[in-house]
Each structure stands twice: as C-alpha cells, then as structure tokens.
Design a binder for this molecule. Structure first.
Ligand SMILES: Cc1cc2nc3c(=O)[nH]c(=O)nc-3n(C[C@H](O)[C@H](O)[C@H](O)COP(=O)(O)O)c2cc1C
Length: 373
C-alpha cells in the first residue's frame, strides 16, 4: 500500500486506525477473541452483544450457506453480564489500550436492560455503546432509545435490523436520541434444509436462522444509503464485507466505518487487516489519498434518485480487443441478441438487444458495455 494513504477514521471523538472493525458475533464473543481481532488488524474493537441474562442458545447454531454466507441462531452472549464485567471487558480493554483502539460495547434489548447495562459500561470506561433493536417489538423503539440516552453520556449507536421495517423512517424516529447508526444486523428469519437428512442444520424450534455474509450485502448497502439520506450522523455499514472493494462501496453509499462478522468467522481475524489493506490499495490505484474522498460519492450523486428510462435507448457493445470468446455472455442473454459460440468473438444483434445490462455484469474480461444505439 502506498504510504500516503491515510486510512484512519475519526468518529464521535475517537480515532479508528482503519475503517474495518468487528461486528458483534462469536468473532468477538470473549475478551480473548476481541484481543485476536486487534492482533488481526481491526481498526477498532467491538464486543459481542450482552443482555441482562445469558442467552439460551440452541445447538447447533451456525451453518455455512454458499461460499461466503451463514445462517445462525446465536441470539446474544451466552455469558451472563457478570462474567463480562468481571473478566471479559477487562481483557478487551487491555487489548484496546495496547493497540490504541476504541472499544465499543454492544447491548440489548429492553429499556430496562439498556438503562441498567449502559451506566455500568460507561463507568468502566467503555468508549461507545451500540445497542440492537433486533429482538425488539417495534412499538418499543422510542422508549428504548430514550432510556439509553437518559442513562449515559458516552456516544450511543443504534444497530438496525431490516425486519423492523423502513430503516429510513426508523432512523428519523431514533435520530434525536442517538449519535449514529449501524446498518444492518443479520436478515431473517430464514430457513435452509439438509435434504438428505430432511432436517434443519439449526437447532431452533422450526430450524430458522438469521442470514449474514455476502448474500445480504446489497441489502446492507441499500440500508446504509437509506439511513444516510435522512441523517447527518455517522452510519456504520455491515453485511457481507469480505474485501476492500466492499468497504469502498459502503463508504460511497455514505458509511463512515464498516463492521465485519461472517468473513471473520469463516476466514479468521486476519481478515480485518487484510480488508483494510485492500481498501488502501484500491484508493491508491484509483488516485485517492484519503478514504474521506470517496465517502458519500454515491449518496450525494443519487440522494434524490435518477430519471428512470424505460425506452430502449442503449445497446450492448463488444470490445473485440478484450473479448476472450468464452461464450458466457451468449448463455445469459435472454433476448437472443448475443451470438457467442465458444472460441468465437461475441456479436450483438442491436435490433434484438433489450439493453438489460446482464451481459455487461457477467463478462469476466470487461469486454462489454452499454452504449447509445
Ligand atoms: C454467528 C453470528 C452471531 C451474531 N451475533 C450478534 C449479536 O450478538 N449481536 C448483534 O448485534 N449482531 C450479531 N450478529 C450480526 C452481525 O453483527 C452482523 O450485523 C451481520 O452478521 C451482518 O454482517 P456480516 O455479513 O459481516 O456477518 C451475529 C452474526 C452472526 C453470523
């Protein structure tokens, strides 16, 4: 990475050494795991969600789906709060001090939980609190936000879940009580079935679990955009971040920081540092010297939306110097407009092309683009 790229992020009076921090999950399920995140290059630290009682977690509770996604039914920490206050936060704080990183604690769920746990976290010197609305009846959104705001003076970040409804509208309601937002928690509930055994891989009542990882990234990017459109407060993006380009995408949508859970579970804590390094590399290759320069690029350009064109004004065009005659585009064309037998340069029949854009997105060689007819 070129040395002039500054990846540090200043957020709510704290400095993160880079924009990639852990999201709440087993990857930060103990003081020791939090320490490993710091060793793995995370730009700041975050601890697994705790509540007033230990979570009764079904077993099994994690299964990989596809290459980069998971279903889980882990709920919140299986350690009672006492264990966190007696040992785990201490270990995490020691790691935070050693690496010079801010430490965010995560809590849930009722107003009573938040107003009890919040002040205890502030008292031991936690830097910020992220609280989750995941298991909350949405009629309680206001009461919980108010309860935590009244209980602490350190920054409070609301972590939003897609199943709660329109996140832009929810952000507007919570805005007066919080200092920032995190979008999004895992999506669901969802179901996957082991068809050989006719059983669910999850031990929850109906086998349901929450989906995370690459599968939810477009939903997460949209949520960041939607929330960033209605607030000036920082938005943390989370959902499917696996590489530096994902960080850039979240930042362009308006994020100020990203969190990573699934990729850290599947690939280990070294992913935080690797993703941060790739982010720096991308910036440097594309002529940017600061992360701040890409933040909000998409948000500001498309805040009000774009004109929707329904006429077929464009057509696919093949750059013959790039086409590798791989035939991929021909297979996906649903309009019989692309003739691409294997080992032959692809050809477009402009009269049939519907300008859907799919071939452009699947070409492995960047040999297709949409141009005016
Ligand atoms: C196994 C597992 C456990 C999780 N536990 C929590 C939790 O305790 N609190 C929380 O707010 N989110 C929890 N999450 C959600 C993640 O923090 C994150 O919001 C979500 O997984 C999307 O990010 P990702 O695609 O990088 O995993 C959990 C996710 C997974 C996969």
């Amino acid at each position: 990475m070129s040395p002039e790229i500054d990846l540090s992020v200043s957020l709510l009076n704290h400095t993160f050494r880079n924009p990639v921090i852990p999201a709440a999950g087993p990857n930060v399920g103990s003081g020791e795991m939090i320490r490993r995140s710091a060793e793995g290059g995370a730009g700041g630290l975050l601890a697994k969600t705790i509540s007033s009682v230990a979570a009764p977690v079904p077993r099994p509770n994690m299964v990989r789906v596809g290459k980069d996604s998971l279903l889980n039914t882990e709920l919140w920490s299986e350690y009672a709060p006492e264990r966190w206050f007696e040992s785990e936060y201490g270990i995490a704080q020691a790691a935070a001090r050693e690496y010079g990183l801010p430490l965010i604690a995560s809590i849930g769920y009722t107003a009573e939980d938040l107003s009890t746990l919040g002040p205890r976290l502030q008292k031991i010197g936690i830097d910020m609190i992220e609280y989750s609305i995941h298991y909350l009846d949405t009629t309680r959104l206001l009461e919980t936000a108010r309860a935590l705001r009244d209980a602490v003076t350190i920054p409070v970040i609301a972590k939003l879940s897609s199943h709660a409804g329109d996140l832009g509208e929810i952000a507007k309601v919570l805005d007066p009580y919080v200092d920032g937002f995190t979008c999004i928690n895992s999506f669901g509930p969802t179901l996957t079935i082991d068809i050989n055994k006719v059983t669910p891989p999850m031990g929850s009542k109906y086998g349901y679990g929450w989906l995370s990882g690459a599968a939810i990234k477009p939903m997460a990017v949209r949520s960041v955009f939607e929330v960033a459109r209605v607030t000036d407060k920082p938005v943390i993006g989370v959902g499917g971040v696996t590489c530096g380009e994902d960080v850039i995408e979240f930042f362009m949508a308006g994020a100020s920081l990203v969190e990573v859970c699934t990729a850290a579970i599947l690939k280990g804590p070294g992913v935080y540092g690797r993703i941060a390094q790739e982010t720096g590399q991308w910036l440097s290759t594309h002529g940017y010297s600061r992360l701040e320069d890409v933040r909000g690029l998409y948000l500001n350009k498309f805040r009000e939306g774009q004109p929707v064109v329904t006429e077929v004004e464009l057509t696919a065009r093949v750059d013959e110097s790039r086409c590798n005659a791989c035939s991929v585009c021909g297979k996906v064309c649903q309009f019989d407009a692309l003739s691409a037998p294997l080992k032959q340069i692809a050809r477009v029949d402009v009269s049939k092309c519907s300008a859907c854009g799919l071939c452009v997105s699947v070409c492995p060689f960047d040999a297709l683009e949409l141009v005016r007819r």
